[in-house]
Design a protein around this ligand. Sequence first.
Ligand code: MLC
Ligand code: AMP
Length: 505
Amino acid sequence: MTNPLYDELFGKHLGQDTIFLQMADEQTITHDDFLRMSAQIAHLFTKLNIKTGDRVAVQVEKSPQCLAIYAACAQTGVIFLPLNISYTPKEVTYFIENSGAALLICDEKNVGELAPIAEGLNAVVETLNADGTGTLASKAQSEPTRFETVECNKDDLAAILYTSGTTGRSKGAMLTQENLLSNARTLVEAWKFTSEDVLLHALPIFHTHGLFVATNISLLAGNKIIFLPKYNLDEIIALLPESTSMMGVPTFYTRLLNDARFTSDLAQHMRVFISGSAPLLAETHIEFEERTGHRILERYGMTETNMNTSNPYDGERRAGTVGFALEGTEVKITHAETGIELPADEIGLIEVRGPNVFKGYWQMPEKTAEELREDGFFITGDLGKFDADGYLHIVGRNKDLIISGGYNIYPKEVELLLDQEDGVLESTVIGVPHPDFGETVVGILVPKPNENIDLDKVSSNIAKSLARFKQPNRLIVVAELPRNTMGKVQKNALRDEYQDLFTKS
Ligand code: MLC
Ligand code: AMP
C-alpha cells in the first residue's frame, strides 16, 4: 500500500456509485462523486504549493466539501487541522501561529477578519461556505477529478487536533495515519458496522467524535451517512426510521427523551445508539431503555487517543460505565503518586496504551513528556476504577476540565481573561450541573477593594476572545474565594455551593 489511510478509507471506493452522504434535503453524494471532489482539492493544494507535511487549518461549517478537504489531505499527505466554527478570530490566530499552517480555509463571512491575520503569518487563505461555495470550490472545479495519491507511511501525521490545556494554552495532538486507522478497524468490528448500516450523523466534524469515530467507521464499513449540518431534534425524529445507528453526546439523548414524539416505534429500525464525549447519567441510560427497549452503548475516548474502551455490543451494557478496553488497547488504573497499578475497585489515574495513542503534542516536548510515559502509557487525566467484572467506571477528573454538551473548557483559559477585567481582583471558573449540557460554566469574581464590577461589560469583553460555549453561563460576585491551608482555591466547595444553580428552579 502506498498510503494506508487514503487507500483503506477512501481509495477503495474509487469508481463506486454507492451512496456515501445523504443530505437533509435528500440530495445524495456517491463515493465516487466524493472522491472526484477531493481529488480536485488535492490538485488545488499542489497549485497553491501546499506540500506533504504542511498543515491546513480549516474553520468552516459542516459540509461534504469539508470532509473532502480531509480526504484531500490524506491523499496528499498534508496534515488536516480542523477548528471549531465557534472559535473567535483571536483563538484561530493562536492555532495558525502555533501550527505554522500554510493554508487557512474559512467561511467567507470571517475572511475579512481572518485573512490579514493569516497572511501576516504567511498562510494562504481560501474560503468555503456552508453551501459549498467559496474560492476553494470555484478554483477546484476546473481541476482534474483524479489525483495520483502521494505515498505515505502509516506513522506519518494525518491530523493535528487542538485540545485545551490546563495552563490555558491549547496543545495540538499529533495523530498518525495508524492512530486513526487502527481505531476505525477496531470499532467497525466491536460495533459490527457493515455496508448495510445507515448512520445518522448530527455531530460536528471538527472533533474526534464526529470526524474520526463516525466518519472513518462509515468509510471503512462502506455504509451510508445521513449527514445533517447540526443536531436538530425535528430532523432527527424524522430520520430515525431510515437509520440503523446514531452516535452522539449525552445531550443528544436527553433532548430525545424530553420529546414525546420519541417512542419505541420510532427507534424500531435502529440497530445501535452510541454515546460518548461526556458522562451519560445512569438514569438517562435506564430511561432510554424503558422508553425504547434499546440500551445505549457508551464508550470512552479522547482527542489524544481516539476510542479506548467500550461497552460490549453483545454482552451486558452496564449503565454508568464505559465498558472494557478495546481490542489492542491496554487500560490500567494507577496510583497518582507512585504510578503503581491498582487492583479492581480502587480509584486512580486512567492510563492507556496502544496503536490508537497519539505521538505527542505539536512542538511541546515538555507537555508531551508530562502526559505520555516512556513506556507508551498516556495519562488521560481522568480518574476511574474497574469493577469486579472488569467494567471501567469514570469517577472524576484529575484535570480541571469542564465538559459542556461534549465541548471541553479549561477554566484557566477563562480565568485568565476574567482576571484582566476592570474591578476584578481575582476569579475562578467552575462547572456546575446543567439539565441540557450536562455541565455548564460559572465564573466567580472577587472585586478589588472599593470597586464595582460591571458584569455586562465583563461578558461582552470576554465574548470578543472566547468561543460562545466557553463563556460563563452565569457570573457571580463574592467577597472572597474559599481557600485551603495551602492557599489553593477550593473549587469543590464552590461546586457544592452552586450545584443547584441550573437544575432547580
Ligand atoms: C451550543 N451552545 C453551547 C453548546 N452548544 N453552550 C455550551 N456548550 C455547548 N456544547 C450555545 C449556543 O452557542 C447558543 O448560544 C446556546 O448554547 C444554545 O444553543 P443550542 O441551539 O441549544 O445548541 P445546539 O446548537 O443545539 O448545540 C448543542 C449540541 C452541540 C449539544 C448539539 O453543542 C453539539 O453538537 N455538541 C457535540 C460536541 C462534540 O462533538 N464533542 C465531541 C468532542 S470529541 P446563544 O448565545 O446563541 O444562545 C471528544 C472525544 C470523545 O470529546 O470521546 O468523543
Ligand atoms: P476531548 O479532550 O475533547 O477529546 O475530551 C476527552 C474527555 O472527554 C475525556 O478525557 C473524558 O474526560 C471525557 N469523556 C469522553 N467520553 C466519556 C464518557 N463516556 N464518559 C465520561 N467522560 C468521557
